[in-house]
Design a binder for this molecule. Structure first.
Ligand code: 5AD
Ligand code: SF4
Length: 482
């Protein structure tokens, strides 16, 4: 796994293909988090019912939709560059080509997008995709179209996603939308609105469908999955106002995971992202109880300094986070843990930075996603704090964090050498067409010779060597899960 999410790479075109002739052609690509990629699958489904067939060839597109990310300035710059590319293709190939911007940047910039980027005809926020059929009609009539209304209850639970670029083995299932945490650095509460959960019945139906189609691994997805709470619909923050009956019959995240894991004991179950303050012992115990819930938790810390955690409005202290880690390690032996860390948050001192390094030494994270602070307009930190850490300092701190993570990742991988681990085969290895690539329950990537195994098989692989990112071995047979 990469140590830093590179928006350029992360934004690898997410492209749908459909050979139907005589239909208008849609080219769709996504940048940002998994939630965006998952949302594009919802959009693809809505557009398919509007008669759009899809193309991997930008030059023949009648409509281009780009699902955008606002998390850091760099993510936005990447999208702006893509818009220039669409403009060039429009001028050279199809003067009638239309361009729509979806997702977080659409929500953040709203109709300003139309002024700032002349190429844009359509701006649609993350909760307004069901309005796409109407908006497209507006665009067809020669008018710009914008819908960035955020919703209290939209979860797209009734839209069956079209699986894009699927390996047929692993899929995402969205369970919550929005975020109420209001971390002071983060744009997400503004771009994705308040937190709401999806009806467990529709989640189950989507899982049933994936299992029927032979998918082997499902990742439950949300900005804050541990705070999943279904009480009949509505915002998480309104739960207190729910009736006694609604409260008594509500479903929380541990219950939801238990339901899925119990119904499909051979299905690998993952989830992301967890927020430390919302992760309950119930969730940890549910993970410990089910073999098919993967031993891997992405648990962003952001900073190891209590003072910075407070400035970030994270709802936990360093000690509370350490206690949580200790509980996880005690109850789920061998559980992998990964982090998100931001360096150079306003006012961060060398001591704060050292606190982050010492937190890393305590946890010894298996993987990490590390970023330099990027001020986001409209956030509390953006409005009230000076972005006062010089770039060279941010860079140096970032490379110290990355080096330490690389060391820990390498040490962790080395522990697997000589062991036999269960791998779910997902795809061909990027390095060799004679090798398969798959992951362990801890999310560690392994490659090994294909022999007669195939994508979707669970195999036991004896690990012979490793780098800090990949284990290398040989299959010794099918695992009992196969
Ligand atoms: N600057 C840098 N990194 C950020 N993240 C969120 N907002 C910012 C920002 N303004 C990081 C956090 C989060 C991850 C998805 O992106 O670490 O967990
Ligand atoms: Fe980017 Fe956050 Fe929006 Fe995902 S939710 S696309 S990471 S801004």
């Amino acid at each position: 796994m990469e140590k830093i999410i590179d928006e350029q790479k992360q934004g690898e075109a997410l492209i749908l293909e459909n050979n139907t002739q005589n239909k208008r052609k849609l080219f769709i690509e996504s940048y940002g988090c998994q939630m965006n990629f998952s949302d594009s699958e919802v959009v693809a489904s809505i557009m398919a019912s509007e008669g759009f067939s899809t193309t991997t060839n930008l030059e023949e597109a009648d409509l281009v939709l780009v699902n955008t990310c606002s998390i850091r300035d760099k993510a936005e710059q990447t999208v702006r560059k893509r818009l220039q590319k669409y403009n060039a293709v429009k001028n050279s190939h199809n003067k009638n080509m239309k361009v729509g911007v979806l997702g977080c940047m659409a929500e953040r910039l709203k109709d300003k997008f139309l002024e700032e980027e002349k190429i844009v005809d359509l701006v649609v926020g993350p909760d307004a995709y069901k309005d796409l059929p109407n908006l497209i009609k507006e665009v067809d009539a020669g008018r710009d179209a914008v819908n960035v209304i955020l919703s209290r209850d939209e979860t797209y639970g009734d839209v069956a996603p079209v699986r894009l670029q699927s390996n047929g083995v692993s899929a995402f299932v969205t369970i919550t939308r929005g975020c109420d945490n209001m971390c002071t650095f983060c744009v997400v509460p503004f771009t994705r609105g308040r937190e709401r959960s999806r009806d467990p019945q529709s989640i189950m139906e989507e899982v049933d469908d994936l299992v029927a189609k032979n998918f082997k691994e499902i990742t439950l997805l949300g900005q804050n999955v541990d705070s999943f709470l279904w009480y009949g619909g509505g915002l998480k923050k309104d739960f207190e106002k729910a009736s006694e009956l609604q409260k008594a019959t509500s479903t929380n995240f541990a219950m939801l995971m238990d339901m899925v894991a119990t119904k499909y004991p051979k299905l690998r179950l993952r989830f992301t992202t967890s927020n430390p303050q919302d992760m309950t012992m119930d969730v940890i115990d549910t993970m410990a109880k089910h073999k098919n819930i993967c031993k891997y938790i992405h648990l962003p810390i952001q900073s190891g300094s209590d003072r910075i955690l407070k400035e970030m409005n994270r709802q936990h202290t360093r000690e509370e986070y350490k206690d949580l880690i200790t509980n996880i390690k005690n109850r789920i032996p061998g559980c992998a843990i990964s982090q998100d860390i931001i360096v150079g948050f306003p006012t961060e001192t060398e001591q704060d930075h050292k606190d982050t390094l010492s937190m890393m030494e305590f946890v010894k994270y298996d993987y990490g996603f590390m970023f330099a602070y990027s001020e986001r307009p409209g956030t509390t930190a953006g409005r009230k704090m000076d972005d006062d850490i010089p770039n060279e300092v941010k860079k140096r701190r970032l490379s110290e964090i990355i080096d330490l993570q690389q060391k820990h990742s390498g040490e962790r991988m080395a522990q697997f050498v000589g062991q036999t681990v269960e791998i779910l085969i997902e795809k061909e290895s990027k390095r060799s067409d004679e090798q398969w690539s798959g992951r362990t329950t801890q999310n560690a990537v392994a490659v090994f010779p294909k022999e007669n195994y195939k994508v979707g098989d669970f195999v036991n692989v004896k690990i012979d060597s490793c780098t800090s990112a990949t284990m290398i071995g040989n299959a010794v047979g099918y695992s009992e899960n196969n």
